[in-house]
Design a protein around this ligand. Structure first.
Ligand code: ATR
Length: 261
């Protein structure tokens, strides 16, 4: 089968490398390409994908929200998250899904002991993670602008960073802001010293290995999780949607680790 990831820019995406490691492990002759879609060609997307006979594709920045208008059927989870990261084309019908939240949830499964979760940031990644976690946990969002959460189609408590004591009760803290990525300062969004010693700190960024928030948490002896497992899990879930088969997550993760070393 033929798969792809679309985005703008796209050349830094590790999805092709990760999916090819899965194809190799499963001994399939599937293909996965990185497709650059210039914003001025986005309205031709259906023609572009159909010309290439693609069966399913992932969507990255900046098209996850726009994709809601392009597909024929939107899965409920993607609707609630307000974005699509996976499209499956079956008999010419385009089905839109979102595996980002479920991918994140799977990556912290071994750690969900306590139920108090604090999510930093209120963008698309935060909405995906909050939606998959809020039914079974107490989720609080901290963001500069709390109005963003008010627009979500499900209810979550939100505070500004300076207005919350939530951090003291948190069992898991998840950073979804770009703080720690190139060009962003390692602002102290939260005071890590206020966290419980048993707290787990996550960052959805998978490179570099230790973002400023994770570094600070590790220095204080807290458990840390970076975004690598989330990335692998969302890709594996996409593959399962496209093919009905389980992906080889160990092979996928190893390929990304090897590349990043
Ligand atoms: P994504 O869709 O990948 O989650 P996004 O929609 O750009 O990305 O959201 C990024 C989040 O990080 C936003 O909530 C943003 O805060 P605002 O809603 O107040 O704009 C937050 N963010 C970005 N840069 C930040 C910074 N330097 N400090 C704190 N928060 C920041």
């Amino acid at each position: 089968m033929k798969f792809a990831v679309i985005g703008h820019p796209i050349k830094h995406s590790l999805s092709p490398l990760m999916h090819h490691a899965n194809f190799k492990a499963l001994q399939t002759d599937d293909e996965y390409a990185a497709l650059h879609i210039d914003p001025k060609h986005f309205h031709h997307l259906r023609d572009i994908i159909q010309d290439k006979a693609i069966d399913g594709f992932n969507i990255t920045i900046p098209y996850k929200v726009d994709m809601l208008q392009v597909v024929d059927v939107v899965d409920t989870e993607a609707q609630m998250i307000g974005a699509i990261n996976t499209v499956h084309i079956k008999d010419g019908v385009w089905y839109g899904y979102n595996t980002d939240g479920a991918g994140f949830k799977a990556s912290i499964e071994n750690y969900i002991g306590g139920k108090n979760i604090v999510v930093l940031g209120a963008g698309g990644a935060s909405q995906a993670i909050c939606y998959t976690l809020f039914k079974d946990n107490k989720v609080t969002v901290l963001n500069r602008n709390t109005n963003r959460v008010a627009d979500w189609p499900f209810q979550i408590e939100a505070y500004t960073y300076d207005m919350s004591d939530a951090i003291k009760q948190a069992d898991i803290v998840i950073n979804t802001t770009p703080v720690g990525m190139d060009g962003f300062m390692a602002d102290d969004l939260i005071d890590i010293s206020q966290l419980k010693p048993s707290a787990v700190v996550c960052d959805i960024i998978y490179t570099p290995d230790r973002t400023p928030i994770l570094q600070s948490a590790a220095q204080r002896g807290l458990s840390i999780i970076n975004g690598l497992d989330m990335f692998v899990n969302q890709g594996a879930l996409s593959y399962e949607i496209w093919t009905g088969n389980k992906a080889d997550k160990t092979a996928m993760k190893q390929a990304v680790i090897n590349y990043l070393q």
